[in-house]
Design a protein around this ligand. Structure first.
Ligand code: FAD
Length: 302
């Protein structure tokens, strides 16, 4: 069996694997797609000490760094079940069952898509999901935020300080964000809020040039010219496969303590699949290190 089995090969999983392997313990990583969300990113400007890099390049470096150590890497494998017996068992889609003394879950998350024409086509060409990452690219420009929940309104407030104008589009007749966020939003001079509207299309040629929406009460179609669209309708953790095996929040995020420990002794978690409040590369890597050290601590005590 493994001492530490990491499930997920994004920044959190790579960091956990390196920290575990450096303790000289038997370490494995199972990952459906090594590099995780980083593969889908173009410019990365907030990975501290690296002024600029690109997703595929960082993903390749993650793998290269893990390979410096004796880590058993199992790529293109999907975990489908976790169960604690004597050891912790992780079953893969192909039927294989891996056994380990400790497991670190780092299966990440994915942004919910609005699913309108133009979204896929203009990803990284004006369609963005992370205001902390891509906000500065739109300095002085007009952008839209789709989604009037907490994350949408936080994004709109954040962006309003950087861009020229923000238009918020909310499907429902009211914003769902906390009232303190709404008050702050409405106090800003360069924000327009459109409620009860349905986004129909993100338009453009080589990059985004506008958004088309329908006013739900009248059925009238409207178009605004703008340069960027931030989709903020939810980040979904990749944790469905865990079902009720351990404690998760109502959003499905794995609940961890400050050692990365979950509700199952010996099972740790890190990165975007957890209830960590902020989801970023540097944060995932830090929590991957924490989970690996937490797992090592557990091993020397049990
Ligand atoms: P992920 O990167 O999501 O990795 C999850 C891993 O788990 C993958 O290997 C996946 O294949 C695997 N996996 C999932 N389910 C299973 C399963 N059942 N079995 C086996 N393996 C599984 N952050 C920044 O800090 N700066 C940026 O500029 C930035 N830009 C971004 C741009 C885009 C378009 C996106 C989508 C995200 C961006 N982020 C950025 C966020 C950042 O990518 C994430 O916070 C980070 O990748 C999270 O790392 P993670 O390891 O927790 O999860």
């Amino acid at each position: 069996p493994f001492d530490v089995l990491v499930v997920g090969g994004g920044p959190a999983g790579a960091s956990a694997a390196i920290y575990a392997a450096r303790k000289g313990i038997r370490t494995g990583v199972v990952a459906e797609r090594f590099g995780g969300q980083v593969n889908d990113t173009v410019g990365i400007e907030n990975f501290i000490s690296v002024k600029y890099t690109e997703g595929p390049k960082l993903a390749a470096s993650l793998e290269e760094h893990v390979k410096e150590y004796e880590v058993d890497i199992m790529k293109l494998q999907r975990a489908v079940r976790l169960e604690k017996k004597d050891l912790i068992e992780v079953e893969l889609e192909n039927g294989a069952v891996l056994k380990s003394k400790t497991v670190i879950l780092s299966t990440g998350a994915r942004w919910r898509n609005v699913g309108v024409p133009g979204e896929e086509q203009f990803k990284n060409k004006g369609v963005a999901y992370c205001p902390h990452c891509d906000g500065p690219l739109f300095a002085g420009k007009h952008v839209a935020v789709i989604g009037g929940g907490n994350s949408g309104i936080e994004a709109a407030i954040d962006l309003a300080g950087i861009v020229k104008h923000v238009t918020v589009l909310e499907f429902l007749p009211e914003l769902k964000a906390d009232s303190v966020l709404q008050e702050r939003l409405y106090s800003l001079p360069n924000v327009t809020v459109l409620k009860n509207v349905q986004t129909k299309e993100i338009t453009g040629t080589d990059k985004v040039d506008g958004i088309t929406y329908v006013e739900r009460d009248t059925g009238a179609e409207q178009h605004i010219n703008l340069e960027g669209v931030f989709v903020q309708i939810g980040l979904v953790p990749n944790t469905d496969w865990l079902a009720d095996s351990l404690d998760r929040t109502r959003f499905g995020e794995i609940i961890v303590d400050n050692h990365g420990a979950t509700s199952i002794p010996g099972v740790f978690a890190a990165g975007d699949c957890t209830n960590s409040p902020y989801k970023q590369i540097i944060i995932s890597m830090g929590s991957g290190a924490t989970a690996a050290l937490g797992a090592f601590d557990y091993l020397i005590r049990n």
